[in-house]
Design a protein around this ligand. Sequence first.
Ligand code: SDX
Length: 423
Amino acid sequence: MPADTLTLTDNRTAKTYEVAIKDGAIKATDLRQIKVDADDFGLMTYDPAFMNTAACKSRITFIDGDKGILNYRGYPIDQLGEGSYVETAYLLLHGELPNAAQLADFSAALLARVEVPAFFDNFFHAFEQSAHTMSMWMAGLAALSAAYPGARKVLDPASRHEYTLRGIAQVLTLAAYAHRRAQGLPIVKPKAGLGLVENFLHMLFDREPDPVLVKALDVLFILHADHEQNCSTSTMRLVGSSQVDPFTALAAASGALFGPLHGGANEAVLKMLRHIESVENIPAFIEGVKKGEGRLMGFGHRVYKNYDPRARIVKQTADAVFAVTGKNPLLDVAVELERIALSDEYFIKRRLYPNVDFYSGLIYEAMGFPVEMFTVLFGVARTSGWLSQWEELICDDDQKIGRPRQLYLGEARRDYVPLENRG
Ligand code: SDX
């Protein structure tokens, strides 16, 4: 059996090196021994945007982008929809599906913490009503850091457990409060006797939630809960590696998610569909994209070079929601846009398929959410994934404060030139 090593020859020096291969990777620090002379730093890897760099080991989520596979702790995403978001959050955090007693205890623990400190009653009035809801929600996450100084004990497992529960529960309340502010409406407090997602809808819309919509949002939250080392989760890990409290790290992660190339894409998709407006305008829009005049938002993915398995489930969920809310007229534009794009060489060659953001906004809009809430809805669900990944980071003996290196291509040392001599 050949050894699990890589033999590297540096042709600059004719020296050879044996580098260990473990878990399908080599350790980048093993390359530092490869030098031309004693002054040489040794080789580094250069990987802008981390296209082929593992920053951590994880046991939470597995993605096979070529096969369109997404598993949480080994369970396929399409099977987890049979359960609830609370069950999935437990699975992500603890690594196993809960039994009935564990699920009941976990659900009760979250609901017991769904209220936020009283200062939040007017917190969002510090913003103009026109402020973007995602911006307000992000500020709310940072404010939780002020509310819970005890959360700074990140090396204490009991503290991490307590504030993880508060985080998963209270991001929903903050989202509802921010939404009510944006709508010019008074806040609605959580109601005893409702489940977590039910309570969220109650706080948002101040009415008895329709069970079909509760189930649909549950499924959407399951789909958005985690996705291995995406931009916002990597941010959560990098910021968390400084041993800051989890709410500060959540605020940072939510900022990464807000970007239109990441979680902000669901809002961008809806605006794109509104801009296209009708099926007749699709060919001209596609031609514009192919000329580089913009992107087909909700399409493409760094890892999925096949159909995002979540997009398929979102599309199926749309049917159940529209049966209650009435069909979103933009659905026909989205379906035709997908059909045309998937048969166009530009998209086929680049392996661009619908991702999780392509259809989700159509459902959110039909459920009564303004577009400014779409990324917030992504973030409240991803909070369970962010905190699960953070817990794994803190407990990983391989990890220390994240601090990437650089390839310095700037000026060599030079002496200061006094102002009068600069010409
Ligand atoms: C999410 O990482 C995750 O897991 C994220 C996420 C999660 O759950 O956390 O899955 C959630 O963020 C989903 C992605 C949402 N974003 C969008 O829908 C925005 C539109 N999509 C893209 O901008 C793009 O596809 C990315 C950002 C998602 C991925 O970009 P990559 O992997 O960096 O690819 P790239 O930008 O280098 O593009 C490669 C080629 C380029 O063409 P060429 O230069 O080769 O000619 O594909 C083209 C791009 O121009 N391309 C697109 C396109 N996406 C890529 N062209 C038109 N429309 C698009 N959407």
